[in-house]
Design a protein around this ligand. Structure first.
Ligand code: NAG
Ligand code: NAG
Ligand code: NAG
Ligand code: NAG
Ligand code: NAG
Length: 340
């Protein structure tokens, strides 16, 4: 896997001239300036059943295209060039667990994704490429650092485009686990991400969507990564998301970056309602070893148990199809467009 989903989404979105939607993603990078606090999920657990009608979207914003509730779940469809239906949570979590029950889209070059992303471009990904109806990819990025493209892995999964599977990220300050149907398929330790420098550790939003990596207008590298050109006449291509279960290991009404390090220890979690309350009412953030994570580990006991018996870590993936020229120009493009 090669390049940040953020950048791919940005590229798609820019190509379709939906600048506004994309810009809200990083309208303020807290490593560069002082930003408003992020709205947190103030409770431990939040579940969405996307088969339950339009009320299911009450805490999800559609940032591109149209997404509707159906009997199979939230329906994300690409019918023609430029379609990239996407939703994102209207809250952030600060370490936690996100379980997405999803059936990926069919076709060639269609990418079905779940992305956790923070304001300073920490990112944790699941990506299914429709061209390969037997695998899914994991990836991560720290602070938008895309200079190295060896962070992705490929995981085997049975007919992800016909079958619903549960794709989980379990994220603490010390490690990230990717779980497929409850089995840990990858673990990233804090120290293994450039001694923490590339470790995702700031409050994240959840973004779920599909886009055409194989769009004929995309770069050759993107099309190659997506497994070929998308033939829109073979569509429409649809991803269904039945449900999303979110656990927030540090429930709070707001998260504030107190400096420009992007370190998790610099984030203040507070239940105050306005930024001015932050200083007085903030409580210090719980790290993975505190009481909050003992709750976390008990709530994920079954996953951990199955992990120890059947963990099959795939470090195989790691395809690097992008030329540095493409990447460099995309970085410049995206940075220029988004970190205003
Ligand atoms: C989501 O939509 C609501 C209503 O349009 C808006 O007030 C809110 O700012 C949006 N949230 C995000 C995270 O974009
Ligand atoms: C980005 O990550 C690479 C390793 O993946 C590392 O060599 C480089 O120093 C990092 N850059 C920054 C600015 O941290
Ligand atoms: C994934 O599947 C391929 C071919 O079906 C097989 O060769 C490979 O060993 C599998 N990898 C894992 C980690 O199970
Ligand atoms: C996906 O495409 C393949 C090949 O065209 C087809 O056999 C399969 O039935 C399709 N699956 C769905 C869910 O449409
Ligand atoms: C905020 O309130 C929630 C719900 O009562 C609680 O679980 C959480 O610990 C509080 N967080 C902080 C930072 O005080």
């Amino acid at each position: 896997m090669a390049i940040s989903s953020y950048m791919k989404w940005a590229a798609v979105t820019l190509a379709t001239a939906q600048l506004g939607a994309a810009q809200t993603y990083t309208s303020c990078n807290p490593l560069k300036k002082t930003c408003p606090a992020d709205t947190g999920l103030a409770k431990w657990q939040f579940n969405t059943d996307f088969t339950s009608g339009s009320s299911a979207f009450s805490k999800w914003n559609t940032t591109s295209g149209t997404v509707e509730s159906t009997s199979l779940g939230a329906k994300f469809t690409i019918s023609e060039e430029g379609d990239a239906p996407t939703i994102e949570s209207d809250f952030y979590i600060f370490f936690g667990r996100v379980e997405v029950k999803m059936r990926a889209a069919n076709g060639t070059g269609i990418i079905s994704t779940t992305v956790l992303e923070s304001d300073d471009l920490d990112e944790i990904d699941w990506e299914q490429i429709s061209t390969y109806d037997y695998s899914v990819q994991t990836d991560y990025f720290g602070k938008g650092n895309t200079t190295s493209y060896d962070r992705g892995t490929t995981v085997n999964v049975t007919t992800p485009e016909e079958t619903f599977h549960t794709y989980t990220v379990d994220w603490t300050s010390s490690r990230i686990e990717w779980l497929l149907d409850g089995d840990v398929v990858r673990t990233l330790e804090y120290a293994d991400a450039l001694n923490g420098k590339n470790y995702p550790q700031t409050p994240m939003r959840i973004k779920i969507g599909i886009w055409a990596g194989g769009d004929p207008d995309n770069s050759e590298g993107t099309i190659e990564w997506a497994g070929g050109e998308t033939d829109y006449t073979a569509g429409p291509f649809t991803m269904y998301v039945e449900s999303v279960k979110v656990t927030n290991y540090n429930p709070a009404a707001a998260y504030k970056y107190t400096d420009k390090t992007g370190a998790y220890t610099s984030i203040k979690a507070t239940n105050g309602t306005t930024a001015t309350n932050l200083a007085s009412s903030s409580s210090s953030v719980k790290a993975a070893s505190s009481s909050s994570s003992s709750k976390a580990s008990s709530s994920s006991a079954s996953a951990s148990a199955s992990a120890s018996s059947s963990a099959s870590v795939s470090a195989a993936g790691s395809i690097s199809l992008y030329s540095s020229v493409i990447v460099a120009s995309m970085v410049a493009f995206v940075v220029g467009a988004f970190q205003l």
